[in-house]
Design a protein around this ligand. Structure first.
Ligand SMILES: C[S@@+](CC[C@H](N)C(=O)[O-])C[C@H]1O[C@@H](n2cnc3c(N)ncnc32)[C@H](O)[C@@H]1O
Length: 331
């Protein structure tokens, strides 16, 4: 699909209800004049909420790798004339790194991972197993490999690996075998063909288990096409370079693979000196760089899930940057 076709999509008529919006607002604790870096701007739902708390004053950096968010970002900028709003159309790893090089120091960073309702509801994007569409799944049209390309080129074993690792799909091997058998005569182009293969490959009772039978395979392909787990790992690393002492980072994830990366990274950064208490001088040199503010993951309440069923799998973790002793002295 050409890049101009992506811009032509009616993104402005599709709405996205920001998940855990009250919780994000409370934990990030933003105020007027702050610098907020939003790594996943999407439809700007969280941005609008945070800008209210900033009373329209301060700086807001809106990053998204999907160029179709541009009209939303422009509308957000127009609605907040007293705020320095900047749009970066690139992935958040790249965005955070270049902001750090420029010397930007963030008071708050938000990552609301995964895809937006806008993307799911644009049939041409091929994210949904519920709508027949080309098997694309790229968030960024500059990325060359689509889901159809992966289905055409990965070996049976590699496909099974993708479905098992990124989709935690129980029938990964059966599905990858069925895909390879079918693609020998006809390559996969449309999502309905893939859904049909999955249905035929899994045992009948599994078709009526939890959720749509193609859900996990679609998730796995989307993660692989967009290299999502690497993005989370590298994004957290880059975000920590950008965060001011006392600044906060909030991450919303939608499946356990992402959440595990966030939880472990936060835990590692929060680990203090590990020397035995009777050692007179620290020998490990380790200092905690983060304080975890949400020891237990934050989940949406039933009212939110009833209103917005897509929020059901969301989970939020928040941490605060700790000033190192040398930084504290200078403050
Ligand atoms: C769940 S939506 C964010 C919704 C947004 N918080 C709101 O309230 O409207 C996720 C967005 O992040 C973007 N995204 C996902 N991974 C990204 C990455 N690695 N770099 C930049 N943007 C990314 C997607 O294109 C999508 O627009």
């Amino acid at each position: 699909m050409s890049q101009s076709a992506w811009f032509a999509m009616p993104a402005n008529v599709i709405t996205h209800d920001p998940v855990l919006a009250n919780e994000v607002a409370a934990w990030l604790d933003v105020s007027p004049g702050m610098t907020v870096v939003d790594g996943t701007f999407g439809a700007g739902g969280h941005a609008t909420r945070l800008a209210e708390l900033m009373q329209g004053r301060g700086a807001y950096v809106a990053i998204d790798r999907d160029p179709s968010v541009e009209p939303r970002a422009r509308a957000f900028r127009a609605a907040h004339p007293d705020m320095a709003v900047r749009l970066m159309k690139r992935d958040f790893v790249d965005g955070f790194r270049s902001l750090a090089v420029e010397g930007v120091a963030a008071d708050a960073i938000l990552l609301d991972l995964g895809i937006s309702s806008m993307q799911i509801d644009q049939p041409e994007r091929g994210f949904s197993y519920a709508i027949d569409a080309p098997l694309d799944m790229r968030m960024d049209p500059r990325v060359e490999i689509t889901a159809a390309d992966l289905l055409a080129t990965l070996s049976e074993r590699e496909l099974a690996d993708v479905f098992a690792r990124f989709g935690e799909e129980r029938y990964a091997r059966q599905i990858s075998r069925a895909i390879c058998r079918r693609r020998a005569s006809r390559p996969y182009e449309r999502s309905a063909d893939l859904v049909d293969t999955i249905r035929r490959a899994i045992p009948t009772p599994a078709q009526f288990g939890s959720g749509h039978p193609a859900k996990r395979v679609f998730q796995a392909l989307r993660i692989a096409v967009n290299d999502e787990l690497t993005m989370v790992e590298q994004g957290l690393e880059a975000a920590l370079q950008l965060l001011k002492p006392g600044g906060r980072i909030a991450v919303i994830s939608f499946h356990s693979l992402e959440d595990r990366i966030v939880k472990e990274r936060f835990r590692r950064e929060a680990a203090p000196c590990s020397c035995p208490p009777d050692l007179p001088v620290c020998g490990c040199g380790r200092q905690a760089t983060l304080r975890v503010l949400t020891p237990r993951v934050v989940r949406p309440g039933t009212a939110e899930v009833d209103r917005n069923p897509r929020s059901a799998s969301s989970r939020l973790r928040v941490a605060e940057r700790i000033a190192q002793p040398s930084q504290q002295e200078g403050r």
